[in-house]
Design a protein around this ligand. Structure first.
Ligand code: ACO
Length: 270
């Protein structure tokens, strides 16, 4: 039997997998609950510096489970529906604001509700062979659960409209072209590429990374002055968590001349 969600931590990378390959990793209420508890368990572990979300088998995730998430919860009435929404939206929200940097490693199918965790991850890398689709229109609903919002956030108006209205699939390459993911590489190179990016992130100051990822998500809805103000205060708040890191960064550049910030991160192990 598959575990629904599984994880392992190797060299500061938490590899978290949707693990229902026999159901193409469709998100059931049980999966959503387990994912939240796995995120809880990993978020503040000292041996975790970055989290990668991937899928077992041929899918990243085939979206919401039509049987267990829709039909079964609808049979319980509004209480069941709202509870299952809270559980899925809950872990996506948790992931959007996660303490550690997060990467979606999209190995295969990614449908509908899958766009929630896709957007929740800070970065996304896909296999060329992956297939993305807002298939809701194909079974008679609108792309809910935030999927429409994700399309509009990440795609041009024309691409978002076409993608949502036709339900047509795009592969990893086109998804990268459209901005749905950062990059697409052949499936057999995907893990290697993601590991490379993890190493880059692991070399950075973790307080600065959290402040940066939150800032990128927050400022989009602010006008310039609000953003300027928010960023001043966020940096000052970050300094109260880790003021030594940036001082060390300045020292290694200005006094010791051991690195150039334009070309890479300061040595955090000094
Ligand atoms: N919900 C429930 N069960 C699912 C889902 C899903 N989203 N996706 C796959 N499954 C189940 C199938 O019913 C099947 O179960 P069974 O073996 O008990 O019959 C099993 O997973 C394997 O699925 P197949 O369709 O046989 O796999 P295949 O590899 O041929 O196709 C594909 C994969 C294209 C992903 C197909 O399963 C599919 O179209 N799934 C639905 C995708 C979708 O539209 N998701 C909903 C998006 S909208 C939303 O999330 C709100």
């Amino acid at each position: 039997m598959s575990d629904i969600v599984k994880f392992e931590v190797v060299n500061k990378i938490a590899w978290v997998s949707f693990d229902r390959p026999e159901k193409r990793n469709a998100m059931s209420p049980a999966l959503n609950r387990k994912m939240m508890s796995v995120l809880d368990e990993l978020e503040f572990r000292e041996d975790v510096g970055v989290l990668v979300l991937t899928g077992e088998g041929s899918a990243w995730t085939a979206g919401m489970d039509l049987q267990e998430y829709f039909r079964d919860t609808e049979a319980q009435g509004l209480k069941g529906i709202r509870q299952s929404q809270r559980e899925s939206y809950g872990w996506w929200r948790r992931l959007r604001w996660y303490q550690k940097p997060t990467i979606a490693m999209v190995n295969g199918w990614c449908f509908g509700g899958g766009y929630g965790p896709l957007f929740a991850c800070d970065l996304a890398f896909a296999a060329d062979e992956a297939k993305f689709g807002l298939s809701e229109i194909n079974w008679g609903i609108l792309p809910g659960g935030g999927a429409t919002k994700v399309a509009v956030e990440l795609l041009s108006f024309r691409h978002a409209m076409y993608h949502a209205m036709t339900g047509e699939l795009v592969d990893g390459k086109k998804a990268a072209d459209w901005g749905l993911v950062n990059e697409s590489v052949p499936l057999n190179k995907l893990k290697e590429r993601v590991e490379e990016v993890c190493k880059v992130l692991l070399a950075k100051n973790p307080t600065a990374l959290k402040a940066t990822k939150d800032a990128i998500r927050r400022v989009g809805n602010m006008d310039y002055d609000e953003a300027e103000d928010y960023l001043v205060h966020m940096q000052e708040a970050a300094n109260s968590f880790d003021n030594e890191g940036r001082k060390e960064g300045m020292k290694q550049f200005l006094d010791e001349k051991t690195y150039k910030p334009g070309l890479g991160a300061y040595n955090r192990n000094k």
